[in-house]
Design a protein around this ligand. Structure first.
Ligand SMILES: NC(=O)c1ccc[n+]([C@@H]2O[C@H](COP(=O)([O-])OP(=O)(O)OC[C@H]3O[C@@H](n4cnc5c(N)ncnc54)[C@H](O)[C@@H]3O)[C@@H](O)[C@H]2O)c1
Length: 260
């Protein structure tokens, strides 16, 4: 049966692959991105988030079957905190009323294997217990300290998003309303986000050492898209609050027996 999906980050990489996969399966996709999509907004701003909900409501007629919140940045800049954490949550929470009108609502977002990398405690506390202004202020400090320190904006935003999914998925508003809410956590996906990292043999060797993926190495975006599509499908009736690593084994390499 044809369903209506909202996919953010639909103009590139994983979001684009997901949109194409779903469209090819006969579903309707309302794409959201900065530009080149059905809804063109900046998810780091309140105005952009409000416009996204308004335009998706209009385009969908008020009913959405699944939200796939993919949009994100990996750059060591404060905007990464804005889109990866607050933009994703604004998408999921803002469109939840439209999901409630569906017979089989689903929601999924994209965390990352970077959630296992070192994070910044002050930024994590701001994400989980502070305001957006607190988090952006701390991210600006990390940005100012240069890219090596600034990387923690990315890793911390993804850890915070994964924690939000686990805490939120089991609440009356989500599980209690019959909406499975989950995340995927990819390792290295070959998209514009990672293009520079894999452009040279030296870069690829460095990446392999930093992010070992014993099963098949870095993946094409369709691999992550297939998992997102299944988590957002009617077939997914009982996964809730899961962060599913699609990572060629990276999580098992680094966490081993520490989680199961
Ligand atoms: N590529 C990887 O190796 C990898 C690994 C783990 C997780 N991820 C996550 O997957 C998601 C997609 O990444 P990708 O690799 O497809 O990257 P990408 O750069 O190809 O696509 C990201 C998309 O998000 C959009 N976007 C960024 N900021 C936005 C904003 N403020 N408002 C609206 N849209 C915005 C971009 O315009 C772009 O089209 C991200 O959340 C990323 O963190 C990627």
């Amino acid at each position: 049966m044809s369903r209506t999906y909202v996919v953010t980050g639909a103009a590139s990489g994983i979001g684009k692959a997901t949109s194409e996969l779903l469209t090819g399966q006969g579903h309707r996709v309302i794409g959201v991105d900065l530009k080149g999509s059905d809804v063109n907004v900046d998810l780091t701003t309140d105005d952009g988030r409000t416009a996204m909900v308004d335009q998706v409501t209009e385009l969908s007629g008020g009913v959405v079957d699944a939200v796939v919140a993919v949009a994100g940045l990996a750059a060591p800049i404060a905007a990464t905190a804005g889109v990866n954490y607050y933009g994703a949550i604004a998408t999921l929470e803002g469109l939840r009323p439209l999901l409630l009108k569906s017979d089989a609502p689903r929601a999924v977002t994209v965390a990352s294997m970077a959630s296992l990398h070192p994070h910044d405690d002050a930024l994590l506390a701001a994400f989980t217990d502070g305001t957006e202004a607190d988090a952006i202020a701390r991210a600006q400090e990390l940005q100012a300290a240069g890219p090596d320190v600034g990387y923690a904006i990315y890793s911390t935003s993804k850890q915070a998003l994964a924690r939000w999914v686990r805490r939120t998925a089991i609440t009356p508003e989500w599980a209690g309303a019959g909406i499975p809410l989950n995340a995927i956590a990819p390792a290295v996906v070959l998209t514009p986000m990672t293009r520079d990292l894999v452009a040279t043999a030296e870069g690829r060797a460095q990446l392999t050492a930093q992010v070992p993926m014993p099963l098949n190495g870095p993946m094409e975006p369709i691999v992550a898209a297939r998992l997102l599509a299944w988590l957002a499908s009617e077939e997914n009736s009982h996964l809730a609050g899961q962060v599913v690593f699609v990572d060629g084994g990276y999580d098992a390499v680094v966490r081993g027996d520490k989680t199961w």
